[in-house]
Design a protein around this ligand. Sequence first.
Ligand code: RET
Length: 249
Amino acid sequence: MESLNFFEYSLVYNSLSFTFATMMAATLFFWLNLGSVSASYRPAMVITGLVTFIAAYHYFQMFNSFDAAYSVTNEVVSTTGKSFNVAYRYVDWLLTVPLLLIELILVMKLSKSETVRKASTLGFAAALMIVLGYPGEVADDMGTRMMWWVLSMIPFLYIVFSLFVGLKSSIASQPASAQGLVKLACTVVILSWSFYPVVYLFPYLNIEGAWVAVEIGYSIADIVAKAGFGVLIYMIARAKSEADGYTPA
Ligand code: RET
């Protein structure tokens, strides 16, 4: 287990707790607002809420695992012998990344066959990216970490490229009121997703507390990619519902 000073311990403890609260609040927001979008956009909103719900569960588990791994007396942090389980993050991504991709594909409004084709190829690539990233995340030596990073980057680049091309070309077919938002969603996806492989490389900086920076970096990326992105999906769904003549009850 990593040894932490009190400041580092507090940063991780508070960021896990904060992210858990954000994910819970986001879930309630998305599900309680279902009535403010028309029926055709409700599946996307239900999925958005599922993503943050699954994340809330995993953050709760990570928080408990972190809490059990360290004990604090008079601001002195010691390890308890129990390990902090990093696997929760990867299991969370394994479930939520394909759901986020489906959400995006639903927003693009492609033909049925194209939707199924895109959802399955991108879903497979996402699973491969996560599975290839995990061995490096838990490896102790930097060479092994780099090797899995390179392998995981192959499906990652494929996904980001497909999304970019797909989202960009769907912009023209959106109602005028939603075009700016779809463009913004496109930028948020590319930027927030690109943050993950960068955070993974933090240990190479060889600075004290790199492990803490990784935990906090992933939490920030998760808030932007799940809750922040979800709010954009909600705004797109509202704009498109209004363009379709829907008025909330
Ligand atoms: C890993 C390993 C190193 C290389 C790459 C990675 C990419 C992770 C990504 C995760 C995205 C997660 C999201 C979660 C939100 O629900 C696995 C860190 C490329 C892109 C969007």
